[in-house]
Design a protein around this ligand. Structure first.
Ligand SMILES: [Zn+2]
Length: 284
């Protein structure tokens, strides 16, 4: 049996309610009734009194505790199981989206790639398209060609609704699996520029994690997908969040396998390249 339920009781005391979602007094506000609803299987909670929400990590932090290794391992295992057994498939949504493509918005995608120096062959390789809005769609396609998630970007560059955003296989993973050298980028547009400059050649694999919010569990899952990679290059932004994400990857995947490439001529990979930088010079 999984012990999260008793861990939560250790922190919050016994609950008077039963079942998966139980109520406790909220530790974030002066709570006279039990306003905090906690899912004892997932560790997710929400307070109906003060609106505080979070997960088991957040609870531990509030009580000055550290989530234990057993919990982390359990969560990693779940994430991997979820990723392999029931990946969502949005292929039909993509087909519907494409059916609604607007006439005369083709320049949106063209401008997006031209401004960033992304190659003209790249949108097709990553299945990008323009849909109603107009928005550019970035499908997250797995090795089997299933679309596990879609991110959208409107004309202003704002990201909008993200079906499958809770699902975390890297962007463009099909371009990385089985390759000896894999370059992992922070954002979608850096990934696309990376593919333009490094992809397809010399067995280079290219993918992106769409941000820095990558948990240990997701790195374990990524590590399994990239099991045959000899080297993994981490091209995260030159800021605290980027450094932290690269550190986590190195800790989980092994520092012998990982190489941090840090932009030196600007914050992200695109800035660095646009300022005349090279990949070699990012090696520290
Ligand atoms: Zn509260």
């Amino acid at each position: 049996m999984y012990l999260l339920e008793s861990r939560i009781e250790d922190l919050l005391g016994p609950s008077r309610s039963h079942g998966v979602n139980r109520m406790w007094k909220c530790p974030w506000h002066d709570d006279s009734t039990a306003s905090l609803s906690v899912n004892v299987e997932e560790g997710m909670f929400y307070c109906f009194g003060c609106g505080k929400k979070g997960n088991y990590d957040t609870l531990c932090k509030q009580f000055g505790e550290t989530p234990d290794e057993e919990y982390k391992w359990e969560r990693a295992k779940r994430s991997v199981e979820q990723g392999y057994s029931q990946p969502p498939d949005f292929s039909e949504l993509v087909a519907r989206d494409k059916g609604q493509q607007q006439v005369g918005v083709g320049s949106l995608l063209q401008d997006f790639i031209d401004e960033r120096g992304i190659g003209r062959h790249v949108p097709e390789a990553f299945g990008l398209y323009v849909t109603h809005g107009p928005r550019i769609a970035f499908p997250y396609t797995d090795v089997d060609g299933h679309v596990n998630g879609i991110k959208y970007r409107d004309r202003q560059g704002h990201k909008t609704a993200e079906p499958g955003s809770s699902f975390h296989k890297p962007f463009g993973i099909g371009h990385a699996v089985g390759r000896p050298d894999v370059f992992i980028f922070e954002g979608e547009s850096d990934t696309l520029l990376g593919y333009t400059l490094l992809g397809g050649k010399d067995g280079n694999g290219i993918c992106g994690t769409s941000g820095v919010g990558v948990s240990d569990a997701q790195w374990i899952a990524n590590g399994l997908l990239l099991l045959f990679a000899r080297r993994i290059f981490l091209l995260y932004d030159a800021d605290e969040a980027g450094d932290k994400c690269a550190e986590t990857a190195m800790r989980v995947l092994g520092s012998d396998k990982c190489v941090r490439l840090r932009p030196v001529r600007g914050k992200d990979f695109t800035d660095h390249i646009q300022a005349g930088g090279t990949v070699r010079e990012m090696l520290q």
